[in-house]
Write a protein that binds this ligand. Structure first.
Ligand SMILES: [Zn+2]
Length: 341
């Protein structure tokens, strides 16, 4: 059971038990990509389990925790229920902050930080590549199946370090489909309802070890100054998370062993419409974690500041990839005891 202890130590790290958390062991055994050896040394890589990483572009922490003036309490019914049953939230008011590292609090740098675990991979939304390996290519290179499905076409640029994403499934944007209007985005943006259909269908059909599902409408509506559209797109994102939960419940032991992390790439300025380096408050984000490996419940307290760079180490632990340390020398967001660290 050493691997189990190691897995708990690491993984659970993020989510857990914190204040009021239950600290219970996973209800199901971690699922390996391949049959694990009969015995494993203490330092053997931990078994792999599937991960779904959902991003919701530019959603404020205030609106996730119903502390703002745009989204009312109860606007996330599916998410709130999931949190009560098997989830934890990082970055709630008074519980410690998680932030994008910046210094430019815009989308592609935020996504690059999430995907690589490193800040400074991307200076702005025009960057073409990332220098370091992404979680998607790490999964592929370890023999697993990885997929990125996003509303924003530019996210496809940084799915891997290469221009061709060999053997990583990438569906980013509408690909010029004249039958799909990009509104509320522009160019090759694909509305979230289309992105969600593709992503959820792919999850059940392809059963990737890592699925990155990038929703993008909240940020688009916010840039338009359309608060009602923003709130509506958040309710839609909540419905997508509910469908994701039900899809996983249909997937048997694999679904039961899947962890879901939900995070934003940046927050918003005090004025709401925009975000960026001129508005340091737009650095603050939030993170939700769901699944049997998440033993904490509700709003957990982080004893020290966390960043988007901490997401990838947590994901690597779950996925059984080579461990890494984030910039602050920490690895995962949660410790062996299940408490945030
Ligand atoms: Zn963004």
């Amino acid at each position: 059971m050493r691997w189990l202890a190691a897995t708990l130590g690491a993984l659970v790290s993020l989510v857990l038990s914190c204040a009021g958390g239950e600290g219970a062991a996973p209800r199901t055994a971690p699922r390996a990509f391949t049959e694990p050896p009969v015995t494993q040394p203490v330092d053997a890589p931990t078994p792999r389990s599937p991960l779904v990483l959902v991003t919701i572009d530019g959603v404020r922490w205030q609106d996730v925790f119903a502390e703002g003036d745009v989204v009312a309490r109860g606007a996330w019914p599916e998410t709130d229920a999931w949190l009560r049953d098997e989830g934890a939230a990082v970055g709630a008011p008074g519980r410690g902050e998680i932030r994008a590292s910046g210094p430019h609090f815009v989308s592609l740098p935020g996504y690059a930080e999430i995907l690589t675990g490193r800040a400074g991979q991307c200076a702005d939304n025009d960057c073409k590549r990332v220098e370091h390996a992404t979680l998607l290519e790490e999964v592929r290179d370890a023999g697993g199946k990885a997929a990125l499905v996003s509303s924003w076409d530019r996210l496809g640029r940084i799915a891997t370090r290469a221009s061709k994403h060999n053997d990583v499934i990438v569906s980013a944007g509408r690909h010029g489909d004249p039958g799909v209007s990009p509104f509320p985005g522009e160019g090759d943006f694909r509305p979230d309802r289309h992105t969600a259909e593709v992503g959820l269908e792919l999850l059940e059909r392809e059963r990737p070890d890592l699925l990155f599902l990038g929703l993008g409408e909240p940020d688009e509506y916010a840039h338009h100054g359309d608060r009602a559209g923003y709130a509506r797109s958040l309710r839609y994102a909540d419905a997508v998370l509910g469908r994701l939960r039900r899809a996983l419940s249909r997937m048997g032991p694999r679904g039961a062993d899947t962890t879901v992390l939900v995070v934003a790439d940046h927050g918003r300025s005090a004025g709401f419409n925009d975000h960026g380096g001129h508005a340091p408050e737009s650095a603050r984000v939030w993170l939700l974690a769901f699944g049997a490996r998440v033993t904490a419940r509700g709003r957990v307290a982080s004893p020290r500041p966390r960043s988007l760079s901490d997401v990838a180490p947590t994901a690597r632990e779950l996925l059984g990839l080579t461990r890494t340390r984030s910039a602050d020398g920490l690895t995962e967001l949660f410790g062996a005891d299940g408490a945030p660290r």
